[in-house]
Design a protein around this ligand. Structure first.
Ligand SMILES: *Cc1c(COP(=O)(O)O)cnc(C)c1O
Length: 395
């Protein structure tokens, strides 16, 4: 469908994408590539996916016209409420899709990586739903700062394995999960949580998350009389909520797409995850993309206060959208995001995930024309981040 911005028959988005994998992973990836489209287009799969999204996840997620935000910023501001999904974020859309795929591929064991713990919780949830064994890799530092999500995963029956190398965060957990998959190619499916990794993962995850913009278009038409807004904003870690929010707007060139990365303590401080500002082209976790790296190609340790954005790369489709200027990539610091999160509490009665608060923070830097319609993906809720908010604001 999206010839210009979509994937080609070799798994590339312009210069980015592909599958850069060790030989031992080749059969897994090849089997996925050969089968996933057939499964996704199968009527039985579609019916079960739609039904679970409706009755289990609670979709469609509302498109909420935030009136006090609209007054403050002088535009019609809408929140796409992925925070209201079962398990608290957009991650469940992809987890449901992939567990149904794994089931149809005859897999008995599921592995996943997680940063904030949202993808781990979503994966543990769908494994419980289907009675499948679940192992989640999580950076040791993330396990500390997201303790409630670790407990949740354990309650749901998952085994949580700490990743103790490198920065002990998301990229290290991803390395561990890939290692596990190499060792267990036959019975195991790896549910990647973002639009990253070797082809076909970025494409598959984008398809599962595209429900966000599919619904948003219909809801905009109902509420504003036009399915096209002037601006669409989303935060970017690996890029799954953003690509889901952008997906059905990609070919509508009048719609400005804005992706907000985590600047951490500031882009130039050495404590940042602002990938497009700091990164160069290279290979990360099996895909050619833009990533933060040293002159000699070592991955730079990212930093963000939000575990979900603490990733040194972006998905290959985002790298492409950045390079061809279809979407604008900006960043917000920890402090800007925390303040934006508090504002959402006080103006709208919504405690957003700190990840999502990065997207909200960018509103401060924009200027609008009267009547502009703006959609922001509220990718998740802030329950998991209460400790961080409390520590920062001293409640
Ligand atoms: C994981 C997560 C993100 C970042 O991941 P993407 O793949 O970039 O969407 C953003 N928001 C929330 C709430 C998350 O849990």
């Amino acid at each position: 469908m999206h010839m210009k911005y979509g994937v080609d028959e070799h798994g590339y988005y312009g210069d980015f994408g592909g599958a850069y994998i060790p030989e031992m992973l080749y059969p897994n990836i090849e089997a996925l590539r050969a089968q996933y489209l057939k499964v996704l287009n199968d009527n039985d799969f579609k019916a079960e996916y739609d039904q679970l999204l409706k009755d289990y996840v609670g979709r469609p997620s509302p498109l909420y016209h935030a009136k006090r935000y609209s007054e403050k910023y002088g535009a019609n501001i809408f929140f796409k409420r992925e925070d209201l999904n079962h398990t608290g974020s957009h991650k469940i859309n992809n987890a449901i899709g992939q567990i149904l795929l794994a089931e149809r591929l005859g897999k008995k064991r599921i592995i996943a990586e997680t940063g904030a713990g949202q993808h781990g919780v979503a994966t543990a949830t769908v494994c419980a739903l289907k009675g499948l064994e679940c192992v989640v890799y999580m950076g040791e530092i993330d396990m500390e700062r997201q303790a409630p999500n670790v407990a949740r995963m354990k309650m749901l029956g998952a085994k949580v394995v700490p990743a103790t190398s490198g920065s002990k965060t998301l990229k290290d957990a991803t390395n561990e999960a890939l290692r596990d998959w190499i060792g267990n190619p036959e019975d195991t499916h790896y549910i990647i949580g973002s639009a990253v990794g070797p082809y076909p993962y970025p494409e598959m995850v984008a398809k599962f998350q595209s429900i966000i913009s599919f619904e948003a278009k219909k809801q905009l038409l109902e509420q504003t009389g036009s399915e096209l807004p002037q601006y669409v904003l989303a935060c970017v870690g690996g890029g799954s909520n953003a690509i889901g929010m952008f997906y059905n707007f990609l070919d509508d060139e009048s719609v400005k797409l804005i992706a907000v990365e985590a600047a951490g303590k500031g882009v130039e401080t050495g404590h940042s995850a602002a990938t497009t500002s700091l990164g160069k082209e290279g290979v990360l976790h099996g895909t050619r993309t833009i990533l933060m790296q040293t002159e000699d190609g070592q991955v730079v340790e990212p930093y963000s206060i939000s575990a979900g954005l603490d990733y040194p790369g972006i998905g290959p489709q985002h790298a492409h959208l950045y390079k061809v200027n279809r979407a604008e990539y900006v960043s917000a610091t920890d402090d800007e995001a925390l303040n934006a999160g508090l504002l959402a509490c006080q103006l709208e009665g919504i405690i957003p995930a700190i990840e999502s608060a990065h997207a909200l923070a960018h509103l401060e830097k924009m200027t609008f024309k009267l009547g502009d319609n703006v959609v922001i993906c509220l990718s998740g809720r802030g329950d998991k981040d209460l400790d961080t908010y409390i520590k920062h604001f001293g409640y």
